[in-house]
Design a protein around this ligand. Structure first.
Ligand code: ADQ
Length: 455
């Protein structure tokens, strides 16, 4: 097998045990840690003019090749088209799309420029694996330079259905760009189906069989590869970290109160606002929980340069304050809302200490937190996962209590049911989800993808 070359918008730092608040970084870190290879992408820095030089550093069997972005590319490619058009549209929020043609041109320009920087680093037998929505045009750009290598693409976020996708003015160009990959991977069957429907209806592609589409002179294969975790590793971390200082402090501060935990980047797709409302409703309809239940919401800040994200931060702080004012007491804070990062093992121990994991995004590609919460539980006395039907993980987890995050009362009722569920039922539900995690772990995700790409 030749070398593996991973391309993603951001290249994370390779420090073992270091907290990373993105699911993508966790996944890529694992593939490269085991298979070795080159990881190419943005180093997170911006300057008035784009730097010429790619920085190459070696870390054991991993080579990192990173470059900074010009301020203009950062604004147009990253903040503009990627995060103000593609992110909302792909999460079914067409109301939040802010499209400007010059930003789309910046998106294409930055992809071309990144492809030009990657080109000299490539060898003929490399396999190239491009990740996520920032880099949809990457294969077409490389092909135009004469690159003949196998190129795969994995979309970490949902793929929208035709009526939503076509709200993006250059949607046909995006579909055509995706058809330049040899393999396009999705998190769930419904994401893949939406892609196949869009490509056939909008771009005139012809279905050859279940997996393959003919688009002009190219055959595009697509597949479903749900990203996952290593459940045994997480169980170990949750168990051994259980005596750590943070966890001791959490337990002491809770007294004997029950705990609902939620961990997600601050983002409108994650449904934090709706979750706080459901928690408030729970306090209203089940007064027995008042003073006897806390919710911890860990929400590291992301994309703070974008207005919509500044607003949701402001709204959420207000909402937590309002609910705490309504139900709190001198020695009791119902919602603890925290923006900081934790070490991975500490987070897993927090999951183990919580009776309920509330993972209720309005839309999510997969949601690794749902999987981590399940893996971190004690097998003999597990907590209950309350999971949005709109998270990719819902397609795999029949043991979760599935909720619709737009139904405040329904979510409150599910939280109550989770908090009062008999141990036998909790064990049964947990065992079925754990089995699913063991059958389809993180290694299965990337091995199956690379296998289908022909590596
Ligand atoms: P994200 O939207 O980032 O990922 P998610 O899958 O939940 O969402 O991954 C977040 C990761 O960051 C988890 O491993 C979590 O434990 C970690 N994390 C979150 N907050 C943290 C904190 N405060 N401290 C330390 N670690 C923290 C995108 C898509 C998802 C998809 C993933 C992977 O949006 O749908 O599941 O990619 O494909």
């Amino acid at each position: 097998m030749g070398r593996l070359v991973i391309v993603s918008n951001r290249v994370a730092s390779i420090t073992p045990g270091k907290a990373s608040t993105g699911g993508l970084a966790v996944g890529i870190g694992d593939v490269l840690g085991k298979a070795g290879g080159l990881w190419f992408g943005w180093n997170g820095e911006t300057s008035p003019h784009a730097p010429e030089q790619v920085q190459v550093t070696e870390h054991g069997n991993i080579t990192l090749a990173t470059i900074g972005l010009s301020r203009k590319d950062y604004e147009q490619y990253y903040l503009g088209f990627s995060n103000n058009v593609l992110w909302p549209a792909f999460h079914y929020r067409s109301d939040l799309i802010r499209y400007h043609r010059d930003e789309y041109e910046g998106y294409q320009r930055a992809n071309l420029w990144l492809a030009e920087k990657l080109f000299p680093l490539l060898k003929p037998d490399d396999t190239i694996w491009v990740h996520d929505y920032h880099l949809i045009p990457m294969a077409a750009a490389l092909r135009a330079m004469g690159v003949k290598n196998k190129i795969g693409f994995f979309l970490h976020i949902p793929f929208p259905t035709q009526p939503i996708l076509t709200c993006i003015p250059p949607s046909s160009e995006l579909l055509r760009a995706l058809s330049h990959y040899d393999l396009v991977g999705f998190q769930t069957p419904s994401d893949r189906q939406a892609f196949v429907d869009c490509l056939t209806r909008e771009s005139g592609a012809r279905k050859l069989d279940e997996d393959n589409l003919q688009m002009e002179d190219r055959v595009v294969r697509s597949g479903v590869y749900p990203i996952s975790v290593y459940p045994d590793e997480i169980e170990d971390q949750a168990h051994t970290a259980a005596s750590r200082r943070h966890l001791r402090r959490l337990r002491q501060s809770l007294l004997d109160r029950k705990l609902i935990i939620s961990v997600d980047r601050l983002d409108y797709s994650k449904g934090q606002f709706e979750r706080f409302r459901a928690f408030e409703k729970l306090m209203e309809i089940q007064p027995s929980h008042r003073s006897a239940l806390s919710m911890v919401q860990i929400a590291p800040l992301s994309r703070s340069d974008i207005k919509t994200y500044q607003k949701i931060r402001h709204d959420l702080e207000g909402e937590a304050g309002r609910i705490n004012g309504r139900f709190g007491d001198i020695d009791y804070t119902p919602i603890r809302y925290i923006n900081r990062n934790y070490e991975r093992s500490t987070l897993m121990a927090f999951f183990r200490g919580a009776q309920v994991g509330a993972v209720t995004p309005l839309r999510d590609g997969m949601n690794l937190v749902a999987k981590e919460y399940v893996a971190a539980q004690h097998r003999d006395d597990p907590g209950v996962l309350v999971l949005s039907r709109f998270a990719g993980a819902a397609a795999e987890f029949d043991g979760a209590l599935l909720v619709n995050p737009y139904d405040t009362l329904g979510m409150a009722e599910a939280m109550h049911r989770a908090l009062t569920m008999p141990r036998e039922e909790r064990k049964e539900r947990h065992a079925s989800m754990l089995q699913q995690l063991k059958t389809n772990d993180l290694g299965a995700w990337w091995r199956r993808f690379l296998g289908d790409l022909g590596v």
